[in-house]
Design a protein around this ligand. Sequence first.
Ligand SMILES: *Cc1c(COP(=O)(O)O)cnc(C)c1O
Length: 432
Amino acid sequence: MKNAPISEELFQRAQHSIPGGVNSPVRAFRAVGGNPRFMVSANGPYMFDEDGNRYIEFINSWGPMILGHAAEIVQEAVQQAIPNSLSFGAPTRKEIEIAELIIDMVPSIEKVRMVNSGTEATMSAIRVARGYTGRNKMVKFEGCYHGHGDSFLIAAGSGAITLGVPDSPGVTQGVAADTLTAPYNDLEAVKTLVEANKDQVAAIILEPVAGNMGLVLPKPEFLQGLRDICDKEGIVLIFDEVMTGFRLAPGGAQELFGVTPDLTTLGKIIGGGMPVGAYGGKAEIMNFVAPAGPVYQAGTLSGNPIAMSAGMAMLKYLKMHPEVYTNLEATTSKMVTGMQDNMHKLGLNYTINQVGSMFSIFFTQQPVTDFESAKTSDTALFGRYFNAMLQRGIYLAPSQYESLFVSTAISDALVAEYLKANFEALQEAIQK
Ligand SMILES: *Cc1c(COP(=O)(O)O)cnc(C)c1O
């Protein structure tokens, strides 16, 4: 039994100084009940909270810690960079090196600009697509999350779904009118939208594998179908690979599925745990970005030397060790097969989606292929399951509508521990 009185006290105290007590909404545990745990350290597969509890964890800082926490190669790179000052506000050699590495790894990227978060990457990519096409509208998909930029907070996923505010107040009607939404995996809906807004759509943006309504895979023809529509209509296709980039393959989902977008947004793993994002793509489009072109985008701390050092170390490792991806997939498949066995023993039949080292268990018997089907999940049951796992020392994402991430620090022994907890937690959750 994991008690957490110190975390509880800190959460109470945080209410007075921070909105809702947290700096990002899902961390507050609102969707699952109970108090968030305040963390002090993490190593390999484990996180440790203020109360001295240890958790095997499957958030990995929402993706970046693909090599487990405090990976030596990343820590060392940061330590080496620190004595040379934390920031210059002037260009460095490291920025060229990481740009060259990203171009080498990600199939569609010919030029790339570094920013400080995934949100900045998507906001900038959309601006460039608008500047390049001279059009205003964009198509996004229900339940996809692209950070908290105004244009994206229409039918948004992740914390926005979790808190029941997929359409945020504070976004003007003008901005909302330029955001067209379609169900994920629905090519016909996209065709209809594009026809009804002929020559007005600048970009189609999507998560090529959706991870922010829980994990949802693209149907076989979906990505190529979007590519074809964009080619025909002169629309910029943007893959938001903030989550999938460097996670599903060294070159992300575009490498895995063999479909090439015009622009790609990156984040999470690219910073090795530091705040980094990037957007890149065809040189012809990226040359619209200032100072090469007229579309303005800048950043005081962009390309920060410490963050670049962490990112470089991470990306270099992943490029040189492609076996990471086969190993991660094997570990994750063992977990998924084990969960299916557990459910079978308990007479349960919930849906599990998996690709590579990402997976979600949805508490519904329907296949989950879009936001509508994801919403058929029993979120109260998920909350009980989440807390039953937490009590057994397994830290999952505190929402039905998030993907889980497996790191290379998850050994077979930890898979076994996870599966034992999973069996007991399912049993406990369905009893109530
Ligand atoms: C996390 C995420 C973002 C936002 O990135 P931040 O660094 O949190 O701003 C954007 N798009 C996708 C697909 C994400 O998963």
